[in-house]
Ligand binder design. Structure first.
Ligand code: ADP
Ligand code: ADP
Length: 226
């Protein structure tokens, strides 16, 4: 079954066409990555899926339902951006609990218990009372992921979550993100400019070029441009 579908989507600004002719179908439970050089339309595509932007043309569907005009809060998505948007004056636990304000968490557990579960999921059980500025970059991104997952979204959207980290931490966070995704079985759409990362982490990859996916395939079938 299809979780997220873009049907011939375009987004034009006054001077630029950010994306054009984007048709993609992301399956339930899939780890799907948009990869390509800077300016090829990855972030715009993710923002169209999140509902932060409306397409100039085309249709966005969640589970077959047209959501093209609906705002982000009605789309059941959790979003993590490139730069950690943690609240510096709140502890790790408070940052994660903040995510619970946006929807009813699943399963009738208390907020306190839910925060504990989420911190365990991202392997930060001992960090609940820390301030974000006392964490490493990888730990901060895991807090941001826990906060995005707090309301129990149907789809997780990640925009270059590793780009601020050095190579060693990127590799480690990559494995952690994939483990979290597998544990939850959550449909995940991931944006990166790093082809090696895309091929390592994904079930399927869309290689974007000039605002359009030019290949959509599992990593082993992606050909590399010379
Ligand atoms: P990527 O994420 O692959 O780097 P983007 O989706 O951010 O690419 O951008 C695709 C193109 O659309 C770029 O040329 C960018 O400058 C342009 N663009 C993105 N957002 C806007 C905007 N709000 N206004 C004008 N142009 C934009
Ligand atoms: P991670 O991939 O979890 O970010 P690191 O390799 O950065 O892991 O850190 C390993 C351990 O060092 C962590 O478990 C953490 O407790 C500690 N640590 C890393 N950076 C900091 C920091 N800035 N302040 C306090 N402890 C840190």
């Amino acid at each position: 079954p299809t979780a997220v579908e873009l049907d011939d989507v375009a987004k034009r600004y006054a001077e630029t066409t950010a994306v054009d002719g984007v048709s993609l179908s992301v399956r339930e439970g899939e780890f799907f990555t948009l990869v390509g050089p800077s300016g090829c339309g990855k972030t715009t595509t993710l923002r169209l899926i999140a509902g932060f932007e409306s397409p100039t043309e085309g249709t966005v569907r969640f589970h077959g339902e047209d959501v093209t005009g609906t705002p982000p809060e009605d789309r059941d998505v959790g979003v993590v951006f490139q730069n950690y948007a943690l609240f510096p004056h709140m502890s790790v636990g408070e940052n994660v609990a903040y995510g619970l304000n946006f929807a009813d968490p699943p399963g009738g557990v208390s907020d306190d218990e839910r925060v504990r579960e989420l911190l365990e999921l991202v392997d930060l059980e001992g960090m609940r009372d820390r301030e974000p500025d006392r964490l490493s970059g990888g730990q901060r991104q895991r807090v941001a992921i826990a906060r995005a997952l707090a309301p129990g979204p149907d789809v997780l959207l990640l925009d270059e979550p590793m780009s601020a980290l050095d190579a060693r931490l990127r590799e480690r966070l990559r494995m952690q993100v994939r483990a979290i995704q597998r544990e939850l079985g959550i449909t995940t759409i991931y944006v990166t400019h790093d082809q090696e990362e895309a091929l390592a982490i994904s079930d399927r990859v869309a290689v974007m070029r000039d605002g359009t996916p030019e290949q959509v395939a599992p990593p082993r079938e992606i050909y590399r441009r010379p």
